[in-house]
Write a protein that binds this ligand. Sequence first.
Ligand SMILES: [Zn+2]
Length: 191
Amino acid sequence: MKAVTLLLAAAAFGAQANHDEHESHGHGHGAHEHGHGHLNLVLDGNQLMIELQAPAADLVGFEHAAKNDAEKAQYAKAMTQLKQPDALFRLDPAAGCTLTQQELNAPKDDHDHDHDHDKADGAKDEHHHEDGHADMGAMYTYTCAAPAKLTGLEATLFTVYPSLEKLSVQGILPTGQTAAELTPSAYKLSW
Ligand SMILES: [Zn+2]
């Protein structure tokens, strides 16, 4: 079951991985669009994976390394919010989903940032792009007691991140592959 899950995850996240690769090799079409986030979902057996990625401008409020105490506090608050997916997504309680793992994907803080630039010119922090843009996000894994009752998700994160206007969703679900666009007024995904 684990191997199947990983294969599905690789398929679902492939598009996103390519996107990242383009961004890290300088720009072209790769620059992200503020207000536009991505959500990847995989529901396999009793395991649900949700990957969120969005511009740091929307999740934190800025994309540069925090420069002062106010920005450091703002950054810390954003990290805390990302660690509380209950406020970001609503899953039907009947499905009995419990968060079993979470992995944050965020730009390094300013200490590491300076250091990295000193020691290796070519090896840039992958989340801070050359044009000053930065993405951040997280991957959440849930185990669901009654996955058949999980027939949708509500993206309540629009109330947490008011500048976020759109979430492009890609999913691999028991009903097949899905692609959708969620907005603050259409934040419910059903499958
Ligand atoms: Zn940006």
